[in-house]
Design a protein around this ligand. Structure first.
Ligand SMILES: C=C1C[C@]23C[C@@]1(O)CC[C@H]2[C@@]12CC[C@H](O)[C@@](C)(C(=O)O1)[C@H]2[C@@H]3C(=O)O
Ligand SMILES: O=C(O)CCC(=O)C(=O)O
Ligand SMILES: [Fe+2]
Length: 338
């Protein structure tokens, strides 16, 4: 049993790092300029629910510009940062994740993103004239990542051989779509150094949306869970993007794509900065398997629900809960029949 003498860490769980295997070839890497990209994207979504994309056309300077603005914000005093908090659900947050008791070794900014015109939750710190460079980097970044997400979602439709090609992208590019953008900062944790343990940065969970597009600095920490339940570390790559299949896409594909369980484990040494754009559909959108994907006689594995209903249920849950479980149709066995 390891006891760390730091009052701030009391409720944050320690994870034994030796159980995790570093496994770079495990993470599928897809070069978007290659002719077989569509098929490879589908294969990765089925097997991992996770992929890394390269040759995406977004300049690394844009990612670094926003990262530098985030670092500038997170370097402000706690009092200044807390002027933009608490996250209810949008704003600045520290340690507490969501409203149901989850905690992690991080601080973050959460923005709601609207499509038309492209805009995001306005926070106190953005009023300062010095925040002008933050706003312009954020707006440019969001616009670029929207184009990338649209491309990846169209490749999915192509790989699945369904028409129209914008059947999935259209849901999250709609003017009423429900986007969220998150900037996470996992500070170094000196008391951990020397222990063979990691600290929970962001506990295990799946993302509720359709897809999430993540970029981080060159720090380790992100881990994904494979089909067999083992955890693997994702080698960092500050020039690429990582795509997570979310719960809604698992349902849209009737379970063919896998909503990936992932987490962040803080090592103690590095400062991790990640930026994630979560693509959700309009609140009133029905989340159900796409008819184009249903084979003859195939039934939906899920009860019918709207994104609004799913989101409300998700926000009442703890991070590690199996949120989709509530919406799965259970097999009715002979003994349960009347
Ligand atoms: C504990 C929670 C945090 C979260 C809302 C929830 O109740 C369950 C889902 C969590 C999650 C995970 C993906 C995204 O980071 C997020 C913004 C989202 O949409 O769902 C977070 C929520 C949050 O941090 O508020
Ligand atoms: O910070 C990261 O790298 C991942 C965080 C995450 O999974 C999330 O914010 O939903
Ligand atoms: Fe996540």
């Amino acid at each position: 049993m390891v006891v760390l003498s730091n009052p701030g860490l009391d409720q944050i769980s320690l994870l034994g790092s030796p159980k995790v295997i570093a496994c770079s070839p495990c993470v599928p890497v897809i070069d978007l300029s290659k002719p077989d990209a569509a098929a490879s994207v589908v294969e990765a979504c089925e097997e991992f629910g996770f992929l890394k994309v390269t040759d995406h056309g977004i300049p690394v300077e844009l990612m670094q510009r926003l990262e530098a603005e985030a670092v500038k914000f997170f370097s402000l005093s706690t009092v200044e940062k807390e002027r933009s908090g608490p996250p209810d659900p949008f704003g600045y947050g520290n340690r507490k994740i969501g409203a149901n008791g989850d905690v992690g070794w991080l601080e973050y900014l959460l923005f709601a993103v609207a499509s038309k015109p492209l805009s995001y939750t306005f926070m106190d710190f953005l009023r300062e004239p010095a925040a002008c460079s933050f706003s312009s980097a954020l707006k440019e970044y969001l616009a670029a990542v929207r184009t990338l997400a649209s491309k990846v979602l169209e490749l999915m439709a192509e790989g699945l051989d369904i028409e129209p090609r914008d059947v999935i992208s259209g849901l999250v590019m709609d003017e009423n779509s429900d986007g969220i953008f998150r900037l996470n900062h996992y500070p170094p944790c000196p008391v951990l150094r020397g222990y063979n343990y990691g600290l929970t940065g962001f506990g295990e969970h799946t993302d509720p949306q359709v897809i999430s597009v993540l970029r981080s600095n060159n720090s380790t920490g992100l881990q994904i869970s494979l089909k067999d339940g083992s955890w693997v570390s994702v080698p960092p790559d500050e020039e690429s993007f990582f795509i997570n299949v979310g719960d809604s896409l698992q349902v849209l594909t009737n379970g063919r794509f896998r909503s990936v369980k992932h987490r962040v484990v803080a090592s103690g040494w590095e400062s991790r900065v990640s930026m994630i754009y979560f693509f959700g559909p309009p609140l009133a959108e029905k989340i159900a398997p796409l008819p184009q994907l249903m084979g003859e006689g195939e039934h939906s594995l899920y009860k019918e629900f709207t994104w609004d209903e799913y989101k409300k249920a998700a926000y009442k849950s703890r991070l590690a809960d199996n949120r989709l479980g509530l919406f799965e149709k259970r097999e009715v066995t002979d003994d349960q029949r009347l």
